[in-house]
Write a protein that binds this ligand. Structure first.
Ligand SMILES: NC(=O)c1ccc[n+]([C@@H]2O[C@H](COP(=O)([O-])OP(=O)(O)OC[C@H]3O[C@@H](n4cnc5c(N)ncnc54)[C@H](OP(=O)(O)O)[C@@H]3O)[C@@H](O)[C@H]2O)c1
Length: 213
């Protein structure tokens, strides 16, 4: 598949590497694509460009920008370039404020998550929350002694979630589908929980697992 990645940070580059590893074609987008020159030199089969170019290129889009500017980045990508496409939303609504005893602050509420806001603003896109509840270093085929970790996902479009489940399978995850877009009210805060051992004990190498009978 052709993947258009919006973002130039750790998540964007890590997921881009994962898609390349699994045989997909990738374009990574940034407001200043020149900052990706080093990464592009190490990954000559991938291309880089503007948000708009990456969104136009991708059959599937990955949103991997700072949560506060997610809507802005999607506007730059162009609503028309997102129409009918699956958008993997890896963002978290992290406030520009220090954590309190290791607990991040969010700018969203329990009744309105970031992905609901984005889905409303860009109604032609099929957002699927994924990859937001684990550190970038463990996103692609992580090895844990207790087996495959679980990625919690949600979104309104069933075919889009099927596509994302297939990708998660390639990336070494089992998928737990939590339902429609409102479930991101619960999935986005998993990042807060995931970060607590990091901020308080400098432990950043864990992932969630859903146990069932
Ligand atoms: N880091 C992790 O381990 C991790 C794990 C799970 C989820 N997440 C979430 O994934 C997202 C990406 O995280 P990250 O650490 O890779 O990067 P980040 O530092 O949170 O975001 C960097 C990206 O934000 C974009 N950006 C910043 N200001 C912008 C603006 N005004 N308009 C448009 N775009 C703007 C930058 O675009 P330019 O390229 O144009 O500068 C860059 O691509 C975040 O929402 C984060 O919460 C992170």
């Amino acid at each position: 598949m052709k993947i258009g990645i919006l973002g130039s940070g750790d998540v964007a580059k890590t997921l881009a590497g994962g898609f390349l590893k699994h045989g997909h074609q990738v374009m990574v987008g940034s407001r200043t694509p020149e900052k990706l020159a080093g990464w592009a030199a190490q990954n000559p089969v991938a291309s880089t460009g503007s948000f708009d170019a990456a969104a136009a290129y991708g059959e599937l889009i990955v949103l991997a920008v700072k949560g506060k500017v997610a809507a802005q980045a999607l506007r730059l990508a162009g609503a028309g370039n997102l129409l009918g496409k699956t958008v993997i939303d890896a963002t978290n609504p992290i406030e520009d404020a220090a954590p309190v005893n290791g607990v991040l602050r969010y700018f969203t509420t329990f009744d309105e998550s970031l992905m609901e806001d984005l889905q409303r603003r860009f109604e032609g896109a099929h957002f699927v929350k994924a990859f937001n509840s684990v550190g970038a270093a463990s996103m692609v085929n992580p090895q844990f002694k207790d087996g495959k970790p679980t990625m919690f996902i949600c979104g309104n479009d069933e075919p889009a979630k099927k596509v994302v489940s297939g990708i998660l399978d390639q990336f070494g995850w089992e998928t737990a589908d939590m339902g429609k877009v409102e479930a991101s009210r619960a999935i986005e805060p998993l990042c807060m929980l995931w970060c607590i051992p990091g901020f308080t004990r400098n432990q950043w190498t864990h992932a969630f697992k859903l146990l069932t009978q």
